[in-house]
Design a protein around this ligand. Structure first.
Ligand code: 13P
Ligand code: SF4
Length: 344
């Protein structure tokens, strides 16, 4: 994992490592307490560590803020830190950079991508969009900066329904890239939208049949699901929501057992905030742990430590792209505020 060892690499060595590995492959000093070293470096460099709920428990525990995509973008928009370390995936760190063009935004492993974002390549999407010249584009935040630049408004799983509902009724809409979230928004709002056919590799792996059997086995359990899951699973769900909404639901519901259909990283916060409740992971189609996001799990404490120490890998984007991608993100934040979905 960490084949290299050097006390003080040169900037050239660092850029070769990032090119070859996507992260800094330096073994931290033997016996170092990564928790206290990361805290020390954060303080020394005025850095903030933002982490998504799908990160490993130790990363969530050391982060300054843990949240869903909407909460994380609001935090990124508000931070006074000089350096943002994003323990999430590439599109999240890119969003933080778009909101903070003058700040240093670091991602512990540049290979942390997203199958959903990758399912929407910019050239193919531009050709798709050209077929609907009178449509506006609503894009899920799980997209590259290039797709955001082609969009009119960005949404997350927390605000997609109220934002689409609030858009002018005479707007014709394209929704990209998640076809399951898009279909869910259509069902909830009654708005007709043209869908891009992308999916998340994690949320489409749950077995509808096995979940049905599990429900029979645990008749008192509620099934809670993320809207990136397939319609056949969502149809069975008692509650559908973003990771933050699922967490709040478990805490507030009088029920004691929950079958959770999303990435299992969220169970850490659920267990902390509702220790007396039983959480059952929704089973995947195959006997594998493929409902764990392999992209999110590329981040480790070692890589976070190295990212802070060597200030790399850094997200950089052309200024014109930042400007074009920022407009629809700002629109999302403005609309979310006026719809009462964000504080401040
Ligand atoms: P939220 O953070 O909006 O719940 O989305 C989950 C997800 O898949 C992030 O990649
Ligand atoms: Fe992308 Fe799915 Fe992983 Fe989220 S869980 S980062 S949508 S692949």
């Amino acid at each position: 994992m960490f084949p290299q060892s050097t006390a003080s690499p040169t900037p050239e060595e660092i850029s070769i490592w990032i090119h070859d590995y996507g992260y800094i492959p330096v073994e931290p000093p033997l016996g170092v307490d990564l928790f206290s070293e990361i805290q020390r470096l954060k303080k020394e460099k005025n850095a903030v560590l933002l982490a998504h709920y799908y990160q490993d428990a130790d990363i969530q525990d050391i982060a300054d803020f843990v949240g869903d995509s909407l909460g994380l973008s609001q935090k990124a928009a508000e931070t006074k830190a000089d350096i943002i370390v994003f323990a999430g995936v590439h599109f999240m760190a890119e969003t933080a950079k778009i909101l903070n063009p003058t700040k240093k935004v670091l991602i512990p492993d540049i290979n942390a991508g997203c199958s959903l974002s990758d399912s929407c390549p910019p050239a193919a999407f531009a050709a798709f969009k050209a077929k609907y010249p009178d449509h506006k584009v609503v894009s899920y935040i799980n997209t590259s900066a290039a797709i955001k630049a082609m969009s009119d408004v960005i949404v997350t799983s927390s605000n997609a329904v109220p934002i689409v509902q609030a858009l002018p009724a005479d707007w014709k809409l394209i929704f990209a890239p998640d076809k399951n979230l898009g279909a869910y928004v259509i069902r909830k709002t009654g708005r007709d939208m043209v869908l891009w056919e992308g999916v998340c590799m994690v949320h489409t792996i749950f077995s509808h049949q096995k979940v049905r059997s599990l429900r029979a086995q645990y008749p008192d359990a509620e099934l809670i699901a993320h809207p990136e899951c397939e319609p056949a699973l969502l149809e069975q769900a008692d509650f559908i929501g973003s990771t933050t909404s699922l967490l709040n639901y478990v805490v507030q519901s009088p029920k004691l057992q929950f079958i959770v259909a999303t990435e299992p990283g969220i169970l850490h916060q659920m267990k902390q905030r509702a220790p007396h409740k039983e959480l059952i992971q929704a089973p995947s189609e195959y006997s594998c742990s493929c409902n764990t996001c392999p992209h999110m799990k590329l981040n480790t404490l070692e890589k976070i430590y190295n990212a802070l120490l060597f200030e790399a890998p850094e997200i950089s984007l052309p200024s014109e792209l930042i400007e074009a991608a920022r407009r629809p993100i700002d629109k999302m934040l403005e609309m979310s505020r006026s719809l009462g979905l964000l504080r401040g």
